[in-house]
Write a new protein. Structure first.
Lengths: 204, 224, 224, 204
């Protein structure tokens, strides 16, 4: 590699990817239906809706919340979530009135796939990865989240196979909502730690 | 490796650019790269640490000028060639042939392979915690990270070298990426979450009341 | 600024590529960039610290993918536009016009300007040592560099922050680049050569019997 | 700027440079003869032959050598060298049987123009700048210079307006040579510190 096709026009990667795919298929290491089914998993089956169900359950069921904080992987498996891309260790970190958690991977782009799906581009790009550990408050302010100095910021830099899920604070005024309704309020950004959950349902 | 991938604390990359209603994929080829890589790792053609180091070995300018799936593809290509799964010349020839005749090499299904791979993906196949060796540190212990600059793969980022922290929790015993990325086996070690005060990492440039928690293997740490 | 220009200790750039019988310039436009930059600094359109920071402000991928005179030109263009000497639209229009008619805008001599600039270049116009303030440290004093990560220009490289060294010699009192690059005046300070043992900088990765000597301003240092 | 013309074809910088040059000429801030004369200075008047004269003089005149080591700028001015691109401070560092000096600029490409001219490309590129401070012995070995561990390596990272010139060791077997003949042996690489001077005249 070594930067040799830096300035190739856009069709080039697409063509070379198809070429490699066709070679792997010929060698019996891949098949077209494998591609289709894997893509379908990451487009349809895993995504922030999984994490939102975990969060909502933790909000309404304090025993579940304790299990989630004690062993994240086991707790999400109760809801049927797991599999590749999440390590075998998931750690849920809880936001409180005095502690705010934020997740990043400075060395690559580790992310809790089983509960959040594939990461958004901004999570993978240099701006977020470089700044989250050095100036988290400034970064959060850009995301629209102004934290008072009395709130401690904890940045989780995922450098190993352990993945992190932020358990956001349950917003005030949601006492009348059921678990499914609560899950609809929980956004991907809140579970990464760059937003709060609000009682108004988010635009999806 | 002190490469440009080690981005923690770098400056000059500007604001975070977000895309409203971002799709899961931005192009068809990205889907194919995802599937190829998952299929290759599930079949143990290479391991996740070799994969990460494959990305780190990209040219620095190329790394910074390209996105996630280009990084993935760079590593997939590098590793499949190095492992002898495909030959570079094969890939060059096939790329040229597809350029000349895009309709060549139509889809081919393989239900048996598909069932086997999907089962493995759903089960998960990432590093599992092992029983030994026993951890040297306990929660609350003060530690000093090593000031080390290996030419190969490591998960101790540059910004946290030679810094004092405290053990937050013991995660279990896991494969050491520094070894596993370089064909030196798994060499499992205790893995800890270690917390660092912002001021210890960034001096006077630290923001107040900010802590960084890093997952670090035992050999990265000394008692302090 | 922790940018990709701060290359000391980075890895992955491969062997040093040397060119036998390398010419002074590799293209005519490089000569013009050199002349423009020297002429601009000699006329104080910007200062050398603004110029260096102009290069540091290049996009990281662009910096690593381009060479010396492209770096220079990036900074010259950025600064002349920021200082209002030329307008970006003027430059865009003129570039397009020259593309359409390369013969336009023939050479124009100005012997008076030429004599004035050449005299200044021959005399030199770099930072001169000033008398005050008096130096705080003497040769042999142990110092600790500050662990600081300013967003702007600095000449304290990342690899030498928070490290112990010893004053090798006092150079004189010189303009502080950290201020001068950002329109905050010269703020002259004592400048020292400081020596660092390899092991202090690189830990176990240091080569034996290797020392690094860095020129550092007094405000980068604390007594140790 | 911001990386916007990364992948432009080669003619682009040349055209934009000419455009800026023509605008500066119109504004009275540049002229074609200024360009010609400045280029001529750096192509003809300054270069390693200046430094070689300084080194040869120091080898044959021990009083000059002491003045060079005490105040480099004043000593090179005795031979008529100076001007922009060298700061007002030049420090000569002397190689001995137990000390080898090497010059780099990790943050940009500072270089002693008045005595060495404009730097070669390798001096300005990331490979040299990144490695000289971390693994100088390995780097020097690649340049063909194997140093025993008993020789201390001193790397001078030029982060300020101070510029460094390595004063190489005079090779054995040159006792019969005069100053002009000695100067012909002294290479640019030896004055940067990536080579030794040898008694056989270098290819130029």
């Amino acid at each position: 590699m070594g930067g040799t096709h830096n300035s190739e026009p856009e069709p080039y990667p697409a063509l070379r990817v198809r070429a490699l795919e066709s070679l792997l298929i010929e060698k019996g290491l891949l098949s077209s239906d494998v591609v289709d089914k894997l893509v379908a998993i990451y487009e349809n089956d895993v995504g922030p809706m999984n994490g939102a169900r975990v969060v909502a359950r933790a909000w309404v069921d304090s025993a579940y919340k304790q299990r989630l904080l004690a062993d994240g992987a086991a707790a999400i498996a109760e809801l049927g979530f797991g599999g590749r891309g999440g390590g075998d260790k998931l750690v849920a970190v809880e936001n409180t009135p005095t502690v705010h958690n934020l997740v990043v991977c400075t060395l690559c782009s580790c992310y809790p796939w089983p509960v959040l799906g594939l990461p958004p581009n901004w999570y993978k790009m240099p701006a977020y990865r470089s700044r989250a550990v050095l100036e988290p408050r400034t970064l959060l302010r850009e995301f629209g989240l102004e934290l008072p100095e009395s709130v401690e910021v904890r940045v989780w830099d995922s450098s190993a196979e352990v993945r992190y899920l932020v358990l956001p604070e349950r917003p005030a005024g949601t006492g009348h909502l059921g678990e499914a309704e609560l899950a609809r309020l929980v956004t991907r950004d809140a579970m990464i730690g760059v937003a709060r959950v609000t009682a108004a349902a988010p635009a999806r | 490796m002190n490469g440009v991938h080690d981005l923690g604390g770098m400056q000059g990359f500007g604001p975070v650019a977000r895309e409203p209603n971002e799709p899961v994929f931005h192009a068809d080829w990205e889907k194919r790269v995802l599937a190829m890589n998952v299929a290759a790792m599930t079949q143990r053609l290479y391991n996740v640490d070799e994969f990460r180091h494959g990305i780190e070995r990209m040219g620095a300018a190329h790394y910074l000028a390209s996105g996630y799936y280009e990084h993935w593809f760079a590593a997939v290509e590098t590793l499949l060639i190095e492992k002898g799964v495909v030959k570079r010349i094969e890939l060059d020839v096939r790329t040229a042939a597809l350029g000349a005749n895009p309709a060549a090499h139509p889809r081919r299904d393989d239900p048996a392979l598909s069932a086997r791979l999907l089962h493995a993906v759903r089960a998960g196949s990432a590093a599992k915690s092992e029983a030994a060796p026993a951890p040297r540190f306990r929660a609350g212990d003060r530690v000093l990270t090593r000031n080390t600059h290996p030419a190969g793969h490591t998960r101790l980022p540059r910004y946290a070298r030679g810094r004092h922290g405290a053990i937050e929790r013991f995660h279990g015993v896991y494969t050491l990426p520094d070894a596993h990325a370089h064909g030196r086996g798994r060499q499992p070690q205790p893995l800890y979450s270690v917390r660092f005060e912002g001021r210890e990492l960034w001096g006077e440039s630290a923001e107040p009341g900010a802590w960084v928690y890093l997952d670090l293997w035992e050999s990265y740490l000394e008692p302090a």
